[in-house]
Design a protein around this ligand. Sequence first.
Ligand SMILES: Cc1ncc(COP(=O)(O)O)c(C=O)c1O
Length: 476
Amino acid sequence: MISALIDLKRAGDDGLVAQLTSQLRGLIATGRLGKGRALPSSRRLASDLGVSRNTVTYAFEQLAAEGYLAASHGRRPVVTVDGGERRQGADAVAARVRSGKLRLSPWASQLKQTDWPMSYQVPLRPLRPGLGDAREFPNEIWARCLRRSAVRAAKRELGPVNRTRLREALAHYLAASRGVRATPEQIMILPSAQAALTLIAAVLISPGDEVWVEDPGYPGAAAALRASGAHVIGMRLDAQGMQRMPGLAAPKLIFMTPSHQHPTGRLMSLARRTEFLGVCRPGKSWIAEDDYDGEFHYDSRPVPALQGLDAHGRVFYVGTFSKVMTSDIRLGYLVVPPALVSTFEIAQRHIGLIASSHIQEALAEFIAGGHFLAHLRRMRRLYHARRDHLVAGLELHLGEMLSIEVPAGGIQLVARLKRGTADRAAVKRLAAAGVETRALSGLALDRPRDHGLLLGFAAWHENEISAALRTMASCF
Ligand SMILES: Cc1ncc(COP(=O)(O)O)c(C=O)c1O
């Protein structure tokens, strides 16, 4: 009996018609109700299910409109789709994908070679790195900005895709706080920093082009560049940040995080910045500077962005609102060298990396109202205290096992294992005990040399950090 295959929830979010339609569709699509099978009359099915006849009639009409049933007046509806055949087809495709026989594009095949993005456990747990504290975000104020943006939408002119008000506000903010030299027209508003990296790779990289990255470094950058066919070469770090490997000719692109090296938090010295700029002949080699959390500095005045040192238009400057606001807002930006602005604007439209105008206008409002800087100042104080709390606790409880590199800013720190290399095992053990960390060895480009834990402090209250430290002490 068909009614035995159907389970309708009276108090669900979906209405009865939607539930019945979806369940009947599922039974047909999976072949459980085969082609040619006559369904009961609407009166009969309604009485078996204990629902109104209209509910069943509407469901039948919808499925007839979708082509699953043939219904004619006064007759029982008949299934017109061979679900079994469809399922076999879908199973065959899934088997090809699983066995690796399905030919994907070279770009998509490259994506599978990396383990980025890494999957984290849900829910979020201390001390997951890479996050600002979304709980501190002024949602009420943001909601007002969103509302104003929506209300004004009718009066806005169509386009441009990179909203002028936000570009102007950002150009001003980046000049004042990060020393970035850019006109508003050089700023592209994108859904994320990752989108900026993808766009740079799409425009600049031809298969086989050499690209230098930091090692250990940010896997998202290496993944985007490799997927475009770049030959990605890792540069080791020392106390001054990324080091140039001797003997290599200038690459097409150098990716770096000079403000707080990801993951170590090291600041690149001025001498190194000048050296890398010197490697890049204008128009031949480029630098992508990722300033993902440059806003957060605690111990000294912030060092201006490398982009501001460049007088020849060789540096792309990448930023994100994921850390400084919340990752939900999903906005990033890219400052493009003047000579490439129109090329990048066309590329942005082709790839479709366009951020919602509503959100862009709301953010412009948030910045113009002084809320962005106020939030930033408050978070800087808070994260500073949290960094100090984590550092003090690590030294007190885990100083024998871990050596800490205290970053002058940012949202996370590296604690190296003093003995052994089993950082992945430590991450697993800690995760089982409720503390989320990331293995430093997982951030190596090729063969890991560094072993330790990446620990986030910005997103976690001091009592959460203390509890995590106690758990860590008992696990080690
Ligand atoms: C160095 C670095 N750049 C960029 C990002 C990502 O920014 P978005 O979420 O805007 O892509 C991250 C995220 O963790 C990061 O660590």
